[in-house]
Design a protein around this ligand. Structure first.
Ligand code: HEM
Length: 182
């Protein structure tokens, strides 16, 4: 995964879990180095980000899925502010943002740099207040997807119930996530 996601993880830990000191402790515990820098456009092993998140979960005595979901809620709005060039001007709600990301943004990122491997994501409205998301990735980060949905909801002032109707962790080829607007 590209360094930009590690940069977001660093920001997330610093903002929500105790500043730079916590980040350095996590780095040290997870990679053996307290001062490692992640460059946004360098590709780093996927295992490294999961190891960092696992170390954070252990330090916070929280389950890993909860930490990944909370990280997702931070990352959703952060992706929007970091990549304004990929946004459409008229998007004012979570469902349209996710549909646009699935239909256009990840593909554009991959086209721009074929080395980048964003997830396969698609979404469609089942009704005005129900969105069905299909997510497939060898990284199996469906907890991050759930968090992104929640985080975008906070950004657009919307609340959701999120239910995973099938999941790669239970043997499915892709995760299907049903999002209902309250
Ligand atoms: C706001 C617009 C978005 C932008 C600019 C964006 C961009 C990116 C980028 C640059 C990556 C890293 C790819 C790599 O390192 O090769 C990524 C990964 C990811 N994105 Fe998006 N994304 C957006 C929206 C979304 C949305 C709405 C979701 C889900 C609801 C999502 C789910 C994910 C996940 C789960 C990953 C982790 C990689 C994986 O699962 O394989 N993204 N995205």
């Amino acid at each position: 995964m590209y360094g930009v996601i590690f940069t977001f993880l660093k920001e997330y830990v610093e903002e929500r879990h105790g500043g730079n000191e916590t980040w350095r402790k996590l780095l040290k515990a997870s990679t053996g180095q307290a001062y490692k820098l992640y460059f946004p456009v360098v590709d780093y092993p996927d295992e490294e980000i999961v190891a960092l998140a696992q170390t954070a979960a252990d330090a916070l005595s929280l389950p890993l899925p909860a930490v990944l979901e909370d990280f997702g809620s931070y990352v959703g709005p952060r992706l929007m502010s970091f990549y304004p060039m990929y946004l459409k001007n008229n998007i004012d709600n979570t469902f349209d943002m996710i549909i646009h990301a699935g239909a256009n943004i990840h593909d554009a990122i991959h086209r721009h740099n074929p080395e980048r491997k964003p997830p396969q994501l698609s979404a469609h409205r089942e009704s005005d207040n129900i969105l069905i998301i299909h997510y497939q990735s060898h990284r199996r980060l469906c907890h991050v997807v759930r968090g992104i949905v929640r985080g975008l909801g906070e950004r657009f002032n919307e609340e959701f119930t999120i239910e995973e109707t099938q999941c790669m962790y239970h043997g499915a080829v892709e995760c299907i996530i049903k999002v209902t607007k309250k």
